[in-house]
Design a protein around this ligand. Structure first.
Ligand code: HEM
Length: 426
């Protein structure tokens, strides 16, 4: 603990915790443990932000509205633009789940509930099963394949397209739209590049705004995802066109990068732990638990989420000033030894009560159904086609994309299928 200009402030620096360093990305475990045990709430002198790292403190902060998800509370936020001067991307961001105030957020969650309810989401399984099967058909039965290139880059955006109800002939268009939306939110990209991506995304927003208007004009807007968002009503209160495209934008931003990591880390976790892989084949009913456990142990986030302090306040013995930012170091909490026994050991039978893999409180992940279906179908197919698979040479020749903006992104993971030996044995 160092002496501080602000009396009593607990401080850390880049020597203790540098989420962008290669060493940390490869092996964050010891740093996370130190943070969770010794510096659960600390001011990072180099990053100039608070860092919250223990399970317990994270859970409290996730449930506390004074720590806002909206960048508008940040002292360095760009000046607000009037609605008339904003483009579609900016209007959708400002109408979205992360930016509106807590009351408006509650209203949005209520009105979006039907679109994420079982009757609508239940149909996703059938809609993305063939995507997963085709993805594995394309892999075939080689000696080895790269799970990042062949699975993790292919399923996430296409799954969201199916969830949103994009017609098959528009899937490539949707893919480009999703890529530009995601790039536009990457704070580590040069401003010029972000501006270019934002411009490229505008055609996609226009497509959805036109589609929504066409569907509104029909006697019944339909009972699919977009139809449910159009008809959702709370005493006559309904979502506007921009609030609907904001939901589509939110699921792209929050659901495509995360699902890319879901696939690689699930495969790494299972094939790196052959007994657990065998156990899941024997007991497929453990799938849902296994997916959460694989995400927890994989802990793919390097700078997982942020909050902005909306008012001066004292919290856990520290003084937070309005406008400061906070790194919610969720992945440190996922493997906090104060919460989990043998936190780094994958145990798909583990009781996961109280986990914060999908957050907690008002902003709890809206996409858990899609995660279960997409992850579950992928793992089922992997187990069916390659029951004897392992990671090539034990580590799958794993490589990271060290420049990824917020994830410990694996961008190479070679699976040795053992499919030929399996056929010979049969
Ligand atoms: C694959 C693994 C995933 C993980 C680990 C994950 C985790 C999370 C977490 C921790 C939050 C809370 C963020 C916060 O409080 O700041 C969140 C929110 C959210 N997630 Fe996920 N997510 C995943 C996949 C998805 C998918 C596939 C979708 C889209 C279908 C999605 C859509 C969202 C949305 C829209 C929110 C914001 C909800 C709100 O602000 O009310 N997520 N997610």
């Amino acid at each position: 603990m160092s002496a501080s200009a602000e009396a009593g402030r607990i401080e850390i620096d880049g020597k203790l915790f540098n989420p962008y360093s290669k060493d940390f990305i490869r092996s964050p475990w010891a740093t996370w443990e130190k943070l969770a045990l010794e510096y659960p709430v600390a001011w990072h002198k180099d990053l100039q932000m608070w860092v919250v790292s223990s399970h317990d403190a994270l859970l409290d902060m996730l449930k506390d509205n004074r720590f806002s998800t909206s960048y508008k509370h940040w002292e360095h936020a760009p000046p607000a633009k009037p609605f008339e001067q904003q483009n579609h991307f900016e209007r959708a961001i400002d109408a979205g789940l992360f930016v509106v105030d807590p009351k408006a957020h509650l209203r949005l969650r209520k009105l979006t509930m039907p679109a994420f309810s079982k009757p609508v989401m239940g149909k996703i399984d059938a809609k993305i099963r063939d995507l997963v099967v085709t993805c594995f058909d394309e892999i075939g039965t080689p000696e080895q394949f790269d799970a990042y290139a062949m699975i993790a880059t292919k399923l996430p955006v296409r799954s969201i397209a199916r969830m949103v109800g994009v017609p098959t002939n528009m899937e490539d268009f949707f893919h480009d739209f999703a890529v530009s939306v995601v790039k536009s939110t990457r704070i580590n990209l040069p401003q010029k590049e972000r501006e270019k991506s934002m411009q490229e995304s505008l055609a996609g927003f226009q497509y959805f705004l036109d589609l929504i208007r066409e569907r509104r004009a029909l006697p019944h807007p339909g009972d699919d995802f977009i139809g449910s968002l159009i008809s959702a009503s709370d005493d006559g209160d309904r979502l506007t066109d921009y609030q609907i495209v904001a939901v589509i934008q939110a699921v792209i931003v929050a659901g495509s990068d995360t699902a890319t990591d879901l696939h690689t880390y699930a495969i790494k976790g299972l094939l790196g732990n052959p007994q657990q892989y065998a156990l899941l084949r024997e007991r497929p009913e453990l799938m849902e638990n296994a997916i959460i456990e694989l995400l927890r142990v994989g802990a793919f986030g390097k700078t997982p989420q942020f909050r902005f302090v909306s008012e001066d306040l004292d919290w856990r013995g520290q003084h937070f000033r309005k406008g400061q930012s906070v790194l919610l170091n969720l992945t440190a909490g996922w493997v906090d030894p104060q919460k989990w026994e043998n936190p780094l050991q994958l145990d798909i039978t583990r009781r996961l009560d109280g986990n914060i893999v999908f957050g907690a409180g008002a902003h709890f992940c809206i996409g858990t159904y899609l995660v279960r279906v997409q992850g579950g179908l992928m793992i089922q197919e992997l187990m069916k086609r390659f029951p004897d698979a392992e990671l090539l040479d034990g580590d799958g020749h794993l490589e990271y994309d060290y420049n990824h903006h917020n994830a410990r992104r694996i961008n190479r993971l070679i699976v040795k299928t053992n499919a030929v030996a399996q056929r010979k044995a049969a």
